[in-house]
Design a protein around this ligand. Structure first.
Ligand code: PA5
Length: 365
């Protein structure tokens, strides 16, 4: 792969990272364990929200509905990608619950700040239908409302950007899913697998003082000043959406998520005139765990067909033998690349002023 030769001193990169996003990324394995332990502490309370005797002895709700926006909604996508679930997990990223959600289902509301309008609205609706299993939050209005009603609250530490709390939020959600029997096999060891996969990437990318640049920083330089399309397949689609959001929020660049094999039935043609849009485009492919030969062949041919349209074309294949390890390997790599892309462009990855300003303007209406 061609690399640009622009270099910025690593010390100055660290100076730009004022709120220490790189430090937060390196905490991910510890966050996974901490989030899972916090949910385990609330286990008895969560179990009580699903009284089997009122549901014909059924051990598991019909569906687990997870409401959360942005960084707080990621766990809803990751849960069914990482675990074999006993019930469908439905992600709600909006103001309302689907009409079919009833007493046979259970709802978890996730908001890091506890003050997100859409999630608060879903919580109110879930309360009215008596289907709340738990909330996951660092506090805010959501924590307050849930406590007033004696509902289980998994409280996670504040002070991070919500997207940097992904380990805490995901670990906590996995713990609640276990208490509801939505996941039941080796949950603690799967959390460990995820932590090990994350650690693999942290070990080779966290050190900015080691003499050579971390690989994620070199990849970030390849992507500079381009619009990025991140493609996953099967379980890695959830991670592609996480990358897209991290590139948007950390790097402040336009990025989009897509998925194989569907993209070969439409986007493949759309790339034909990409250059004519006047922009620069890059493609990132996230190879799923246990990828099959047909999918790899498809990815190879697609890359050949659209190569002319691209500034950079990067493909990442995880090394971990476990599904959870592989997915968290890919996830953390995206966290580093998006943070380094910001830093290499002289931008602090942490602040998301536009989101703050939008929330303030909406609150004033
Ligand atoms: O990463 C971010 O800051 C956003 O994507 C937030 O997660 C999103 O706006 C929702 O806020 P919260 O996570 O506090 O519910």
């Amino acid at each position: 792969m061609e690399r640009s030769h622009v270099t910025t001193s690593t010390a100055s990169l660290r100076d730009i990272d004022k709120a220490n996003m790189l430090g937060a990324i390196a905490q991910l394995p510890a966050h996974l364990r901490d989030g899972f332990a916090r949910a385990s502490d609330a286990r008895t309370l969560v179990e009580r929200t699903w009284p089997r005797e009122s549901h014909a002895g059924s051990a598991t709700p019909r569906t687990l509905v997870v409401c959360g926006m942005g960084g707080s909604g990621v766990g809803a996508d990751l849960l069914p990608a990482v675990f074999d679930t006993n019930a469908p997990v439905v992600a709600v990223k909006g103001y309302d619950l689907p009409a079919w959600v009833s007493d046979e289902d259970r709802v978890v509301c996730v908001s890091y700040s506890g003050n997100t309008a859409e999630t608060l609205r879903c919580f109110e609706v879930a309360m009215q239908r008596s289907v709340v299993a738990a909330v996951i939050t660092s506090g805010g209005k959501l924590g307050e409302l849930a406590r007033e009603r004696d509902l289980p609250v998994v409280e996670i530490p504040g002070g991070l950007q919500p997207r940097a709390a992904v380990g805490l939020l995901f670990g906590a959600l996995a713990g609640i899913a276990e208490a509801l029997n939505v996941v039941d096999r080796d949950v603690a060891s799967i959390i460990e697998d995820a932590a090990s996969g994350a650690q693999l990437i942290i070990d080779s990318n966290a050190d900015l003082d080691g003499g050579t640049e971390p690989p994620a920083l070199m990849y970030a330089r390849d992507l500079k000043d381009s619009t990025i399309v991140v493609c996953g397949a099967s379980e890695s689609v959830a991670v592609a959406h996480r990358w897209k959001a991290q590139l948007n929020e950390n790097s402040k660049v336009p990025a989009f998520a897509s998925s194989y094999p569907e993209l070969d039935h439409n986007e493949l043609v759309g790339w034909t005139r990409a250059r004519e849009t006047g922009g620069r485009w890059s493609l990132i492919e996230l190879v799923p765990p246990n990828v099959d030969a047909a999918l790899m062949a498809r990815m190879d041919i697609t890359r050949e067909l659209i190569g002319d349209a691209l500034q950079a074309s990067l493909r990442f294949e995880p090394l971990s033998a476990t599904r959870a390890g592989a997915l968290f390997e890919l996830l953390v790599l995206g966290d580093y690349i998006s943070a380094y892309l910001a830093l290499a462009s002289g931008i602090d990855p942490s602040p998301v002023e536009r989101i703050e300003s939008l929330k303030q303007r909406l609150a004033g209406r």
